[in-house]
Design a protein around this ligand. Sequence first.
Ligand code: 13P
Length: 424
Amino acid sequence: MACANFVKLNSASSSWIGQKSPFGQRSQGSSTRRVSFSIRANSYTDELVQTAKSIASPGRGILAIDESNATCGKRLASIGLDNTETNRQAYRQLLLTTPGLGEYISGAILFEETLYQSTTGGKKFVDCLLDENIVPGIKVDKGLVPLPGSNNESWCQGLDGLASRSAEYYKQGARFAKWRTVVSIPCGPSALAVKEAAWGLARYAAISQFGMLVGIFPSKNRLAFIVTKLSSPDKARLHQFLDNGLVPIVEPEILLDGDHPIDRTLEVAEKVWAEVFYYLAENNVVFEGILLKPSMVTPGAEHKEKASPDTIAKYTLTMLKRRVPPAVPGIMFLSGGQSEVQATLNLNAMNQTPNPWHVSFSYARALQNTVLKTWQGRPENVEAAQKSLLVRAKANSLAQLGRYSAEGENEEAKKGMFVKGYTY
Ligand code: 13P
């Protein structure tokens, strides 16, 4: 779909940035044709910013349960269950109907199947979340495939059709999105892989935030001109109708794989985030309306020395302060194969002094591990499993506030979950 080379950033000031002004230009020819341009209005940006802020609220973080069906199957297999839709629904129902979850969880990332699913009692999962004041989110990437011409690295698919999919997800109740791509340190990373990861994330982020206006007009400039003539309420209605309106979570996961020291991770993370922000800016992404999902800066999983939470916090915050503008409202870490306790201790260490952004969690494995083991697929264990989810969610809530102590944590929660070349 063709897109105009200008972007309306601020409807109130009518300031257009780009190669040409839409005003005072003659349309080329009188025939009408299908044209489109990307548009963003103040009212809509406000909603994005508000959504991002409410997810990044004190003492709360994200529950990530957006495993693809294949990955969810691996989770179910670990407790001897078949990978059927019924079992996936039962597991997601357990998680999403946990009473009191909203005290610690502000957003939940769902896989497409779950966004459209209901409980066995017929209540939409989206409504279960809204009842707990939890914002529904959706994984929109289509997974990783080999990147030709690279050093055995991968790239993330999913940009084709993303605008229309996002608009559908919005209608279904999603208000934020997630796109996970990966960077492998042992594979280089090559300049090509880093650039591709950063560019893909930036395109996705722009598509998530913007609406695409399509119509039959003499030219895209004519269409843009007509939009400027709409009254504010009409413009707001137009945006409600058209915009994708999803807060993008930007996730370039730097995999734990490797035997490198922590300084090497810092070097790669700085390079990756520099490129990500360069392309986010190039794509006119509103920084106030995004969330980040970085890996913590740690030594490679196979490195001979382990780093303490204080060291990991120091390196990670150094990297973030060098690379992430304070306009970004929230940093929501992934757990990446660390143990539940380790991920929580590291988060706690990062919140000992005030940060320019909300520093919190968006864990999958580090929130779900004990839950799965407690559940074992048995209805009589659902309540205990929900309680164990609350224990982990509360621990991370305390860590977000810098008040967590690992006292009383059980041995199971201290076991690492690192898997080489992990996919999602
Ligand atoms: P974990 O690394 O916390 O398992 O999750 C990764 C992820 O991207 C979930 O959305």
